[in-house]
Structure formats: structure tokens, C-alpha cells
Design a protein around this ligand. Structure first.
Ligand code: 5GP
Ligand code: ZN
Length: 117
């Protein structure tokens, strides 16, 4: 079984303890709708092991990154945002305004996105 963090909301989603609207799932990754979308399309892609953020990527867990990225264009096609374009974001730590401490990639689209900080 994958390693989990008992206090982590995304680990609870992976375990099915918190419901989510899933789009794609396999043994290593999960893609589901963000509960508070900032655009017409807003989904999250996560590894099924508890990695705190991109800062915690190392040689032993980096295999999850290509697994996630390989699926993103396919998911974008299914969600109808592939042609017009979209944005993939991962927030890291306090200044990155990361609010959930389990590595996740936001996939956001469906309208022209602003670039502002
Ligand atoms: P962060 O701010 O850490 O980059 O992004 C965390 C994201 O997780 C936010 O966009 C937030 O709306 C989403 N989120 C937080 N809790 C839940 C939840 O219980 N279910 C779902 N589907 N999304 C969540
Ligand atoms: Zn977690």
C-alpha cells in the first residue's frame, strides 16, 4: 500500500475517506476536480504517495512526475481544453501559497487566463 499521512486531506481523498469527483485513477496517480474552481476547468493531479511538495522530490519518488505529466495532455483532451490551451501550476510552500501539503498539479483552463501575482 502507498504511504499516507493521516492529517493530509489529499491522502484522505486517495483513501476514499473524503469524497471527490474523480476523472482518472490508476495505482500511482489520481486526477480529480478542485472543490473551489478558479476557472471553468480546474482539476488536480496528485501522486498516490504523500510527497509534501516539489521541494521533496528526489531520486526515489521522481517516477511519479512523468506519470502525472504523461496523463495531462490526455486529460486536457477529454476536458476539451487541449486545443485552446491551459495552465499547469504547482504551488510550493508559504510564498507559493501552497495550502495543501501534498504535491499537486493544478490543471486550469476553459477561459483566457491572466498572468498576475
Ligand atoms: P494549493 O493552494 O495548495 O496550491 O491548492 C490546493 C487546492 O486544493 C485548492 O485549489 C483547493 O480548492 C483544493 N482543495 C482543498 N481541499 C479540497 C478537497 O477536500 N477536495 C477537493 N476536490 N479539492 C480541495
Ligand atoms: Zn498526503
Amino acid at each position: 500500500m502507498h504511504n499516507q499521512n493521516n492529517n493530509c486531506v489529499f491522502c484522505k481523498i486517495i483513501a476514499g475517506e473524503i469524497p471527490s469527483k474523480k476523472i482518472y485513477e490508476d495505482e500511482d496517480i489520481l486526477i480529480f476536480y478542485d472543490i473551489n474552481p478558479v476557472a471553468p476547468v480546474h482539476v488536480l493531479a496528485i501522486p498516490k504517495i504523500h510527497i509534501e511538495s516539489l521541494n521533496s522530490i528526489n531520486i526515489d519518488n521522481i517516477e511519479y512526475i512523468p506519470k502525472i505529466f504523461e496523463k495531462i495532455p490526455e486529460i486536457a483532451k477529454n476536458l476539451g481544453i487541449f486545443e485552446d490551451g491551459y495552465r499547469v501550476i504547482t504551488n510550493i510552500g508559504e510564498n507559493g501559497q501552497q495550502s495543501v501539503g501534498h504535491l499537486h498539479f493544478h490543471i486550469i483552463g476553459g477561459r483566457k487566463l491572466k498572468w498576475e501575482f
